[in-house]
Design a protein around this ligand. Sequence first.
Ligand code: CA
Length: 237
Amino acid sequence: MASLPVYSLDILHTAMHILLIEDDPFIARAVCAALESEAHAVTWTPTGREGLTALTVSLPDALLLDLGLPGIDGIDVLRSIRAMPAPACDLPVIIVTAREALDSRLEGLDAGADDYILKPFHMTELVARLRAVVRRRRPLTPDILRAGNVALNTVTHTCTVGSDVVTLSKREYALLAALLTRPGAILSRRALEEKLYAPGDEPESNAIEYLIHALRRKIGAQTIENIRGLGWRIRAQ
Ligand code: CA
């Protein structure tokens, strides 16, 4: 297979979990690669039925929905989601459709899509639209997340401890952002895994501990507190 194109992406503010329902594997792989390169988790299913199942396992932050799908088509997937109980019914949905399929695009908006994007699309446009629909549905994350002397800029992904700039891996960034977004709250291993990994990823059982350990070495062991048996939290002082 030809190597996937490399896209330069706008940076989304916090790590998101995106569900992609798309039967074209080339498009799906390109979208997954682009989003994962920015530390977002992507779940990909090639059919609507599998997508609806994935939604009930773990509700993503947004859905990218192809309209022309085998089996249940995209419009019916969308109608099913909008008929679900909250919070699933409020899931931000962007439909992906062929340029010539104007009728189905309108039908998608009628059925409750938040936005649509025409194939072929540029990855930067897709990410900008995703960011817009997720923002519309949830409060803005401040650009700088802080706890004590640790600051994380969610636009540039820069972390500083006091005046020192610290370089984080993508997963370390996503982990720290998750903890700083809710300072003082205890986040369980499972909650953190859901933030950092797509359901199919199945991280090693000690993956979160390993990341916490690596992060503590970089930002100071005292900054992240382990609450035995429950999880971790950022010390707010
Ligand atoms: Ca298709």
